[in-house]
Design a protein. Sequence first.
Length: 202
Amino acid sequence: MPEFSSKLLNAAVDAFAKLPGIGRKTALRLALYLLKQSQEEVERFGHAFISLRSEVKYCTECHTISDTDRCPICASPRRDHTIVCVVETVRDVLSIENTQQYNGVYHVLGGIISPMDGIGPHDLAIDSLVARVATGTVKEVVLALSTTMEGETTCFYLYKKLHNFPLSVTTIARGVGFGDELEYTDELTLGRSIKNRQPFTV
């Protein structure tokens, strides 16, 4: 796509095109849409992202995105704090919450072990998970990671870290096919996989 007659428009399109899954045609459509909106609306739009980047926090307990030091899920007395569901990313928390089939709390690792990408155990929030378990309040850890080779490797590593504690280590049922990522799994399948979780076996 050629450069536009306006450098300002071109800069806006370039900015949108940096977002994942957004090509330059879609970026142009978004930029032109914003150009038709009122000044106040565009300022609200921009401020939302500036505030997100500058003010967002990560829960000190589970590491999900939050407006406060402790997220609403971890702070809720209605959640079962004896069950901790271990996920790869914040997107996976949202996916599981959408199923409405899980009432425990979460632990976001921030990724999975992937030597090819230079990600090792020390790059993930594993030590804080072990520390949570060591308090003695956790009775079950649910490993809800993507069923890829990297996800399976991470599950095995976590099991080795946790199996000596007096708790159950379970995994989501294999309604989620091998190689699937949780965020792309439909809610019905994911919900059943959470409800029908089973003991993790080596």
